[in-house]
Structures are given as structure tokens and as C-alpha cells.
Design a protein around this ligand. Sequence first.
Ligand SMILES: CC(C)(COP(=O)(O)OP(=O)(O)OC[C@H]1O[C@@H](n2cnc3c(N)ncnc32)[C@H](O)[C@@H]1OP(=O)(O)O)[C@@H](O)C(=O)NCCC(=O)NCCS
Length: 153
Amino acid sequence: MEKTIKIEQGDISNLQEIVSLNHQIFDKMYEKDPYTLEEYKDRLKNKSPFILVAKLNGKIIGNAISYKQDGSWYNWIMGVAEEYRGQGIGTQLLEQREQYAIQYGYKSITAKVYGVSQAMQQLYKSRGYKVINVLKSKNDPKYDALIFELKLN
Ligand SMILES: CC(C)(COP(=O)(O)OP(=O)(O)OC[C@H]1O[C@@H](n2cnc3c(N)ncnc32)[C@H](O)[C@@H]1OP(=O)(O)O)[C@@H](O)C(=O)NCCC(=O)NCCS
């Protein structure tokens, strides 16, 4: 059977599959439960999100969702199924989001990453994103949110 992982542009019709994957990825990770399908639909309503899916044999094993927010390009959600991490899929998803923002003339990319997402923080830092703000959690420093920014030319 074909073992190649392909990254392609997805759309709203992929949301159900994305949400069920992200429920596994984000389960117990944050203070709150992972977002529901309704919450994804609500967040993305009236936006033209850029949705990327990483597929293996037609099954979604990774995803990234970005959209325009306050004039900047906002990297919202990203996740790779645990068993496929460490193979560069996250890097490819991020590169493609960056290319999209550059292509559409955005001046910067922002992202919000919680203290619990160490791999994501590492990945952003390695690609030149800088921490421009920290939103402190009232309850636990591991839920502090770092706001990352990458300036584009
Ligand atoms: C963040 C995530 C998407 C990275 O996906 P991935 O496919 O494993 O990423 P890559 O293989 O391309 O790794 C890219 C970089 O991430 C960082 N990274 C990956 N795993 C890491 C780990 N266990 N610890 C520290 N840094 C790590 C490294 O900088 C790595 O670069 P390197 O391979 O040169 O060391 C994945 O770990 C994930 O889904 N995590 C859970 C969900 C999450 O935290 N999402 C972000 C919040 S929206």
C-alpha cells in the first residue's frame, strides 16, 4: 500500500474529520476541552480560512488552519497525530502556511501557543518567530499563552 504522506489544501468539508483528529491530539492538553465542530464552524464563519491537511492513504493525519485576523495572518490550529510526529510534517505544514501569507501580501504572521505546547514553541522559534506578548493564566503558568510573531517583508 502507498505509504507517502501528502499535504494538500483542504476545505470546510474536511472539518468533521479534522475535529475528530484534533480531539485526540488536544485531549487533556488544555484547561478546557478541545473545541467542538460547532466551535470550529463558528470561529471560521465569514472568514476564508486556509486549511491544510496531511493525508496518508486518504486519511487525515495532520492539519493546520489559518485565517486573517486584525490585518495579520493568524496561524490558529495545528496538529499532527502522535504516531507521525518527528518526520517533518509539522515543518511542511508551517512552511506552506507561511508561503500562503507571503503570496497574499501579509506583513506578519501571528500565533498563540500555550506553555503546554513545547514542540510548537520550539518549531516557531526555529523558524524565526519572536515572542511579542505573554498572556498569563490565572490558574497555572503552564497555561500561559505566548504570542508569537514572524515579520514578513
Ligand atoms: C507541534 C507539532 C505539530 C509538530 O509536528 P511534527 O510533525 O512532529 O513536527 P516536525 O517533525 O516537523 O518537527 C519540527 C520541529 O518541532 C520541534 N519539535 C518536534 N518535536 C519536539 C519535541 N518532542 N520536543 C521539542 N521540540 C520538538 C523541533 O524544533 C522540530 O525540529 P527538529 O526536527 O529539527 O528538531 C506536533 O508536535 C503536534 O501536533 N503537537 C501537539 C499539538 C500542538 O501542540 N499543536 C500546537 C498548538 S495549536
